[in-house]
Design a protein around this ligand. Structure first.
Ligand code: GDP
Ligand code: IMO
Ligand code: MG
Length: 419
């Protein structure tokens, strides 16, 4: 068996959580392989809505195993909060949740360092989610980090030593903080983690594959936030791309099966950084309103714009996407025309390649397609699609050279059309 991977092709929030939940019945195991509580994956079904941060989006289906892989960074405090929230809603999920001992721990001082670093950058800040992601991955690659497995071996001693290091680092910044406040709930969080099934996930995952079990890997963030290929430095600190599934789970590249690339029918971004097709006018406002584009993790308004084929082609290439999933088609209903960026004008020249020099000065070159008026949220099959939507889909498929196999027309599990 192989691992299918579902990942975002834009700047995150493409609807990964919703679609992973839709696809879960086909799989035995759902895994996360990178990122952490910076992710906010929204699921809706049976008038129930929930946002997941650390926990894979397969969790609402009983008898599926959900694994937090080694490439993930886990904050014991927010993790406990997430488990508690689910318990309050009647879901006791710890029995279906396995966590890699090699996943790195986000500590309170990582969150303080994240905040201090952002504050010191002023106007050039990344717009991080302030969850401590950057400093935790820095400690991982700097070989200072603490891992989930460390909670079983002299946790206190290692924690105090790393905390001391961080306190010294914090002296670099002119930043006030209350460490005890950030540490609130840490002990309880560690206890909650201890009560989970802590595993050597690379062994478990490969055993599942040998035993013929099917696995879906759920990406977090999106390709344009990838540490290597995204709009650096305005990116997250992990490999959000397909290759990240190999390093974040311990599977060989030959074990990757389908690669589902998910994108919105338009485009959004939250936080700072270049966004060539961003709209600053009433069309942008209309997209934000119709798409309810506010961050699932931070509540920040998301920046909105047209779909960008230069970026999408790049993402398809980097990830080896085999199937495309288009979400939020319903949000585009009512626009007279829909624009699609096909090139970037830079220094008087047009390029179709996502460039190193991606700045706010890049001017998109647009193609226009006719929009549609029909409300799509109640549509149950492709046959009910307006012709203009069919044409939009056909155009994107032709340009991207990959079939769009799923179209999402609303936030609910049921509002999904498989082609
Ligand atoms: P993720 O981070 O990729 O899982 O996406 P988020 O959950 O952060 O953001 C996607 C938002 O769009 C959530 O509020 C979803 O409930 C919602 N959503 C997902 N698919 C659709 C869709 O096809 N149409 C509409 N209108 N909303 C959708
Ligand atoms: P999901 O999984 C959208 C953005 C932040 C910021 C940058 C770095 O829900 O799609 P970080 O906290 O990772 O250091 O922030 O990345 N960002 C996201 N944007 N969706 C996400 O996750 C994101 N996770 C991080 O806004 O610009
Ligand atoms: Mg999100």
């Amino acid at each position: 068996m192989k691992v299918d991977v579902l990942l975002g092709l834009q700047w995150g929030d493409e609807g990964k959580g919703k679609v992973v939940d839709v696809l879960t019945p086909k799989y035995d195991v759902i895994t996360r392989f990178q990122g952490g509580p910076n992710a906010g994956h929204t699921l809706e079904f049976d008038n129930f809505k929930h946002v997941l941060h650390n926990i894979p989006s397969g969790i609402f289906h009983t008898n599926k195993v959900n694994i937090v892989g080694n490439g993930v960074v886990l904050d014991p405090i927010t993790f406990k909060h997430e488990i508690d929230q689910l318990k309050e809603k009647g879901f006791d999920i710890t029995g279906n949740l396995h966590i890699s001992k090699k996943a790195h721990l986000i500590l309170p001082t990582h969150r303080i360092l994240d905040a201090a670093s952002e504050a010191s950058k002023g106007k050039t800040k990344i717009g991080s989610t302030l969850k401590g992601i950057g400093p935790t991955y820095m400690d991982k690659t700097g070989r200072n980090g603490m891992r989930v497995g460390d909670i079983l071996h002299n946790f206190e001693e290692k924690y105090e030593a790393l905390k001391e290091k961080h306190i010294k680092l914090l002296q670099m910044y002119d930043f006030e903080y209350d460490i005890e406040k950030f540490e609130e709930g840490l002990k309880e969080g560690i206890e909650t983690l201890k009560s989970c099934i802590l595993i050597d996930s690379e062994h478990e995952i490969n055993k599942y594959l040998r035993n013929g079990k099917s696995i879906l890997a759920e990406g977090a963030q999106g390709t344009l936030l990838d540490i290597d290929f995204g709009s650096y430095p305005f990116v997250t600190s992990s490999n959000t791309i397909c290759a990240g599934a190999c390093t974040g789970m311990g599977i060989a590249p030959t074990k990757i099966g389908e690669v589902f690339g998910i994108f919105k029918a338009y485009c959004t971004r939250v936080g700072s950084g270049p966004f060539p097709t961003e709209l600053f006018d009433e069309t942008g406002d209309a997209l934000r309103k119709a798409g309810n584009e506010f961050g699932s993790t931070t509540g920040r308004p998301r920046r909105c714009g047209w779909v960008d084929l230069v970026a999408l082609k790049y993402s398809v290439m980097i990830n080896g996407v085999t199937q495309l999933i288009m979400t939020k088609g319903d949000v585009l209903s009512g626009f007279e025309t829909i624009k699609v960026a096909t090139g970037y004008k830079m220094n008087g020249q047009v390029t179709e390649e996502f460039p190193f020099e991606l700045t706010d000065d890049v001017e998109p070159v647009y193609t226009e397609l006719p929009g549609w008026k029909q409300d799509l949220t109640g549509v149950k099959s492709e046959a009910q699609f307006p012709q203009e939507l069919k044409d939009y889909i056909a155009y994107l498929e032709k340009e991207l050279e990959v079939p769009i196999t799923i179209v999402s027309v609303g936030p609910d599990r049921d509002q999904t059309i498989v082609r």
